[in-house]
Design a protein around this ligand. Structure first.
Ligand code: GAL
Length: 373
């Protein structure tokens, strides 16, 4: 897909979001995420185009030298379906920008930091020109940064955001290290808004005046899991709704775990009105459990996820999922590749490169699906 098409789709999606949220712009949509706003001031979504242009110009100025450059890419776990979309798009975009396929090496950390640390060490020994890293443990970022920086290799973190102290170190020392990703607070807020927008009467099947929910979390070490859990519920409370947590379980981003956890939760808490899942894979599992329990989404229970996987968007259209949130792997992977190019050519980067989430309901799920074709 061309960048122009992606941008025009994003603009259309942003319009859809602002219509849904009743806001004037996407920047004001995540009202509950002040730090996201601050960060966006540094690197607003609108600046994505100039950054990409800079990368293109820099790549051209390098006179096609990118074909000789080596990129090492570390993914925390290949079996994660969102990260599979991300890495496939990253690979094809890097090739479209002039890298030789044989010089792009993408490795599977198998959800084990020791394995990944070894892989990083191997890339350093091999002398790659740039590293793109999706850390297994965000808390290992300082160690990873030190290894990579000491070796004189620029570093682009993706998807799992290191903490604020670590990010501050890159800026303070003017190191060639950046993070490309979205602010998870925004996705949690959007999940909560999708439910809040239904109104208490539609949700409160047992008439106790509260929203009775269960929460299925991703890897708790991961800031995305922490913020989505917190901000989805905050959005309900901010909308003036009372909430009652019936259960909270860790499904590690995986469908099978989502399925078995929600099956158990529904058996223990048949009064459940909303199932929040930190991602779509777990929501797809939750849907299997909901259906096996003889429940019907939209009729006696609601279900939301994050990512906008194709299957989840189809469920939203069919009414078997209430909504999801588009985690834009296209924009994020392209920004990560552009940042890598900017380091190789010496153009450099900001230390935080952001991206907006998009709320997905039955109103715009088809647009999102079309944009992913
Ligand atoms: C999240 C995504 C999850 C999972 C996770 C891995 O952003 O929503 O599905 O891929 O990243 O870190």
């Amino acid at each position: 897909m061309s960048m122009r098409k992606v941008l025009s789709i994003l603009a259309a999606s942003a319009m859809a979001v602002s219509l849904l949220a009743g806001c004037g712009s996407t920047a004001s949509a995540p009202a509950a995420a002040p730090a996201a706003e601050e960060k966006k001031e540094e690197a607003p979504a609108e600046e994505a185009a100039p950054a990409e242009e800079a990368a293109e110009e820099a790549a051209e100025a390098a006179g096609g030298d990118l074909a000789d450059k080596k990129v090492g890419v570390c993914i925390y776990q290949f079996s994660d379906n969102f990260m599979t979309l991300f890495r496939n798009e990253l690979q094809s975009y890097l090739v479209s920008q002039g890298f030789a396929e044989g010089n792009i090496n993408i490795v599977d950390g198998a959800n084990d930091q020791a394995t990944q640390t070894n892989q990083i060490q191997n890339f350093i020994t091999e002398g790659v020109d740039v590293l793109i890293i999706n850390p297994v443990n965000s808390s290992s970022a300082a160690t990873i940064t030190d290894m990579v920086h000491d070796a004189g290799i620029p570093l682009v973190y993706i998807n799992r955001e290191p903490d604020a102290d670590e990010e501050a170190r890159w800026a303070d020392n003017d190191w060639d290290v950046t993070y490309v990703g979205c602010d998870a607070r925004q996705s949690g807020t959007m999940q909560g808004e999708i439910i809040a927008d239904l109104g208490l009467d539609a949700i409160d099947f047992n008439g106790n005046g509260a929203i009775d929910y269960i929460m299925i979390k991703g890897d708790p070490e991961n800031i995305d899991a922490q913020y989505r859990t917190e901000f989805s519920i905050k959005a309900l409370e901010d909308a003036g709704l009372k909430v009652e947590k019936l259960d909270e379980q860790v499904g590690m981003w995986q469908q099978e775990q989502g399925q078995s956890l929600v099956a158990n939760s529904l058996a223990a808490h048949p009064e459940t009105e909303v199932v929040f899942c930190n991602n779509d894979a777990m929501a797809l599992g939750a849907l299997q459990a909901i259906q096996a329990a003889g429940r019907k989404v939209g009729e006696d229970i609601y279900l939301v996820g994050v990512d906008a996987l194709t299957e989840a968007c189809e469920d939203v259209l069919a009414g078997t999922m209430t909504g999801t949130v588009f985690n834009d792997h296209i924009s994020q992977s392209h920004s990560a590749a552009d940042a890598a190019i900017n380091y190789i050519t010496g153009a450099g980067n900001e230390h935080y490169i952001g991206c907006d989430y998009v709320k997905v309901t039955a109103d715009n799920a088809q647009d999102i699906l079309d944009s992913l074709k």
